[in-house]
Design a protein around this ligand. Structure first.
Ligand code: NAD
Length: 482
């Protein structure tokens, strides 16, 4: 069903990689799925030069924004038209259930709809300087936007940055994740189908330490967007700093839901389902900690354990329908890392309520897991597992709940669950995170800005706020004569 070799896309051409090929493994079976061309630094340079040529030619940046916007929205439509082709490939390379792949592709299309519609709204203002002057500001694209993509949502994460970059007139080089590079090919097909000039969208797969590092250090890259781990974010930001290039960094989290004793626990079960078991917990904004009032602790633990136990786990390709099920983790290495973190937590005093074991089946499966007796000092309460592992902690006062929630180096999102609007609002003010959900985890959407405090990164994606990461401000002050 899947072709056995996929190429990189540079300057409008499908090309082999200077670093050879990489095997892509199906985490649902552990078997090799396909091969992908692997870029080296020379390929990266060709892609950057192609994007630079597009930028300097003005073929993209000089367009009337409505024209660019139409092409961007058309990419979203293209993805939806091809969802039946893309979804199975995404499931086979990444492990998620087929229905989740469809949700991811719909989410990706939504980014192109939103930012395509925003293209015309990036406008400057005139600043009065008194008689004899006329002054205005404009916003110009940076030029070459480099985008380094993680493996957890390869389609949606590329869509998030590519849509905003193109809407604002940047040319792009996308470094796809080496474990899940296949589905990004559809962005190249879409770029061609909607009439973008060759070189406006370049898509290359390569190893992080080779192609990723070469891209982030390239002197002709003008702006970088990265989603992934803190360590890699630091490496990329350091490389960017040497070229004095701005970055947007989205580096994950250890996000907490504070659950008060007046919360609607029936509704909260659904938040747990989506918050920690969607995409097998491989979500930067996952609800990886629940901090619950001691009065309802035991009831809540029973409820979340039942949610976890109710999930059928198996190869995503066998899970076409929305329902109580979960797919594989992206790789056996990532699965083992998550399982080891659970064992370490137990040796630190946490108790497994359910799950915690690798499943006795081929592929990278981990049982949906709930841990109780987790305390704020434990590693599991501070480090990102990036797997289906929920840590339950207890609190007795509102202040203590906030202190625990804010007690990690991260600050991506947070949540508070209560019927008391004052309590919710005060918590929202005090939680150190870029986004706070009240009574629904993942409330919000493409329209709402998203990004981190602390080690979760800087800059914002989503919403109108994200547009300003892709443009630079120019002020023009004119001295009038006569
Ligand atoms: P990573 O951050 O190393 O990889 C993400 C991307 O960065 C990939 O495209 C990779 O090729 C690239 N990369 C790696 N090293 C690079 C370098 N030196 N220069 C430029 N690019 C480089 O993530 P990982 O090693 O695949 O996963 C490790 C952990 O990262 C996970 O367990 C998880 O905690 C976290 N993670 C978070 C997210 C997120 O959405 N926040 C996504 C993926 C991984």
């Amino acid at each position: 069903m899947i072709k056995d070799y996929w190429q990189n896309y540079i300057d409008g051409n499908w090309v082999d990689g200077g670093a050879g090929r990489i095997s892509v493994v199906n985490p649902g079976t552990g078997e090799k799925l396909s091969e992908h061309a692997l870029a080296n630094a020379a390929d990266v340079d060709r892609a950057v030069q192609a994007a630079k040529r597009v930028h300097l030619s003005g073929v993209l940046s000089d367009l009337r924004p409505v024209e660019r916007g139409r092409m961007v929205t058309a990419i979203g439509r293209y993805l939806l038209e091809h969802i039946d082709d893309i979804a199975p490939v995404l499931t086979l390379e990444q492990g998620k259930p087929l229905w989740e792949s469809r949700i991811e592709i719909e989410g990706a299309a939504r980014y192109f709809e939103y930012y395509g519609n925003q293209a015309e709204t990036v406008e400057g203002r005139s600043i009065p300087l008194g008689a004899g002057y006329f002054d205005f500001t404009t916003y110009e694209p940076f030029g070459v936007s480099a985008q380094i993509i993680p493996w957890n949502y390869p389609v949606e994460m590329t869509a998030r940055s590519l849509s905003a970059a193109l809407a604002t007139g940047n040319a792009t080089v996308i470094k796809t994740p080496e474990m899940t590079p296949l589905t990004n090919a559809w962005f190249a097909h879409a770029a061609e189908a909607v009439g973008l000039p060759s070189g406006a969208v370049n898509i290359i797969c390569g190893l992080g330490a080779e192609a990723g590092a070469a891209l982030s250090a390239h002197p002709d890259v003008n702006q970088i967007v990265f989603t992934g781990s803190v360590a890699t974010g630091v490496a990329i930001a350091s490389a960017a700093a040497k070229n004095v290039v701005p970055c947007v960094l989205e580096l994950g989290g250890k996000s907490a839901a504070i659950v008060h004793d007046d919360a609607d626990l029936d509704a909260f079960e659904n938040d747990v389902r989506w918050g920690i078991y969607f995409n097998a917990g491989q979500v930067c904004s996952a609800m990886s900690r629940v901090i619950v009032n001691e009065n309802i602790h035991d009831e809540l633990v029973d409820r979340v354990a039942n949610i976890a136990k109710g999930l059928k786990v198996g190869p995503g390709i066998d899970l076409p329908e929305f329902g109580a099920n979960m797919g594989a983790i992206v790789s056996e290495a990532q699965r083992d890392r998550a399982a080891d973190m659970v064992s370490d937590a137990v040796s630190e005093g946490a108790e497994v309520v359910t799950g915690g074991r690798k499943m006795n089946a081929p592929g990278a499966f981990l049982e949906p897991t709930v841990l109780r007796n987790v305390t704020p000092d434990m590693t599991i309460a501070n480090e990102e597992v990036f797997g289906p592992v929920l840590s339950v902690l207890k609190f007795s006062t509102d202040e203590e709940a906030i202190e625990i929630a804010n007690g990690t180096p991260y600050g991506l999102v947070g949540g508070v669950f209560t019927k008391d609007i004052n309590r919710a609002t005060k918590a929202a003010q005090k939680i150190r995170a870029g986004q706070v959900f009240v009574n629904e985890w993942y409330a919000g959407g493409v329209e709402t800005p998203f990004g981190g405090y602390g080690k979760s990164g800087y800059g914002r994606e989503k919403g109108r706020e994200a547009l300003w990461n892709y443009v630079q401000t120019k002020n023009v002050a004119i001295k009038l004569s006569g």
